[in-house]
Design a protein. Structure first.
Length: 121
C-alpha cells in the first residue's frame, strides 16, 4: 500500500490539506481527522527521514485528491479509502509519531470538535 500512496505525493500542499480538513472535518469524523493531523504534524519534524516524509506526503496527497477510489461525495463510505491510506501510512511511520506530535494533533482535534466529539462549527 505504501508504494501506491507515494504516487499521490504531488497532490499534497499545506494549503490543500488545511482546506480539505476545514471543509470536511465534520463529514469525515474524528478518527480520519486525527490520523491526518498526526501525519501532518509528524511531517513538520525536521528529524524525520526522507522515506517517512515520502510516505506521509503520498498519503496526505491521496487524502486531498478529489478523485480517488471511492468518491468523497458519498457520506461515510466515500472516506473509507482515505481512512485506509492514512492508516497504512500511520502504521508505516508509527515510530515517528512522538508524544509532541500526538499532543498537537489532539489539541487541534479539540479545537475543532471540542471535548464532546461534535464539531464546534
Amino acid at each position: 500500500m505504501a508504494d501506491e500512496i507515494v504516487k499521490y505525493e504531488k497532490e499534497f500542499t499545506e494549503e490543500k490539506f488545511w482546506a480539505k480538513l476545514a471543509r470536511y472535518a465534520v463529514y469525515i469524523g474524528r478518527e480520519v481527522v486525527l490520523m491526518a493531523l498526526k501525519l501532518y504534524y509528524a511531517l513538520q519534524d525536521p528529524e524525520i527521514p526522507v522515506w517517512a516524509k515520502t510516505v506521509i506526503i503520498g498519503a496526505l496527497g491521496y487524502f486531498i485528491l478529489p478523485l480517488d477510489a471511492i468518491p468523497d461525495l458519498t457520506p461515510v463510505v466515500g472516506y473509507a479509502d482515505d481512512l485506509g491510506a492514512l492508516a497504512a501510512a500511520l502504521a508505516t511511520v508509527a515510530m515517528f509519531i512522538t508524544p509532541e506530535v500526538n499532543e498537537k494533533a489532539m489539541q487541534k482535534l479539540r479545537d475543532w470538535f471540542g471535548a464532546s466529539g461534535k464539531s464546534t462549527d
